[in-house]
Design a binder for this molecule. Structure first.
Ligand code: URA
Length: 236
């Protein structure tokens, strides 16, 4: 059981700021297990106690996990001030402090971005040690060759000498290919193909771990993930 200040618990969910919650409490609009809370420093356990605001149960979530279908021209950052970020695309009902993209896509790359406020989870799915594959669909300037497929399998050496871990490359016919990598070096897929004399013309992330992008999300749309989907990312 983790007891925390009730004003902090409620404001962590994003809908109200801390000072708004204090006002709600002063106005007698917050209850814990049926009792009206009178002081913001009152402690409660969000997992085992029922907290309400204006009679509505607070559906407390420690963390949020959101799948976004990233459109082109949006940057993978929390907030930028100038440019639109992936976090800016999260609708108000899912906004809260601390959201960030777990792994970056280039401005012109589209597809699956996972947005969360859970740093441990992000670290687990991004660490190459955990071998969680990110799948990409690429449109290339040239058809891929058997040599390119073998080079991916053996670990590509980038033009600056950086060695990439083994990766999977599969032809989807013509100049289309599917790539699976377990790491996320800067411009990695583009630089892997560049090192082998090819060029990425378009790139889309189609899956993280065993979880495919929900193609019913239009570019720019997002939704929360279920527990089962989260587990799929980690290959469970
Ligand atoms: N590799 C790239 O080159 N760009 C991305 O956005 C993701 C992987």
């Amino acid at each position: 059981m983790i007891m925390e200040r009730v004003d902090k618990l409620i404001s962590s969910q994003g809908k109200y700021t801390r000072s708004e919650v204090k006002k709600l409490i002063r106005e007698g609009r917050v209850t814990v297990d049926g009792k009206t809370v009178t002081r913001p420093e009152t402690k409660a356990d969000a997992d085992s106690q029922v907290i309400t605001v204006d009679g509505e149960i607070l559906g407390y979530k420690k963390h949020l996990y959101i799948m976004l279908n990233k459109p082109k021209g949006v940057i993978s950052a929390s907030r930028d001030g100038k440019e639109t970020t992936v976090v800016d695309l999260v609708p108000a009902a899912l906004q809260r402090n601390g959201l960030f993209p777990a792994g970056r896509l280039d401005g012109d790359t589209t597809g699956f971005v996972l947005i969360t406020d859970d740093g441990d989870f992000a670290h687990r799915i991004l660490s190459p040690k955990n071998h969680i594959q990110k799948t990409y669909h690429a449109e290339l300037a040239e058809e891929i060759t058997e040599e390119t497929i073998a080079a991916f399998r053996n670990g590509v050496e980038l033009s600056d000498g950086t060695l990439c871990l083994e990766a999977e490359l599969r032809s989807l016919g013509g100049r289309q290919a599917e790539i699976k990598i377990c790491e996320g070096k800067y411009h990695q897929v583009k630089r892997m193909f560049a090192a082998l004399g090819n060029k990425v013309l378009a790139l889309k992330r189609t899956a993280m771990g065993n979880l495919p992008l929900d193609e019913s999300l239009a570019p720019g749309e997002c939704r929360e993930l279920t527990r089962e989907e989260l587990a799929q990312i980690e290959g469970k």
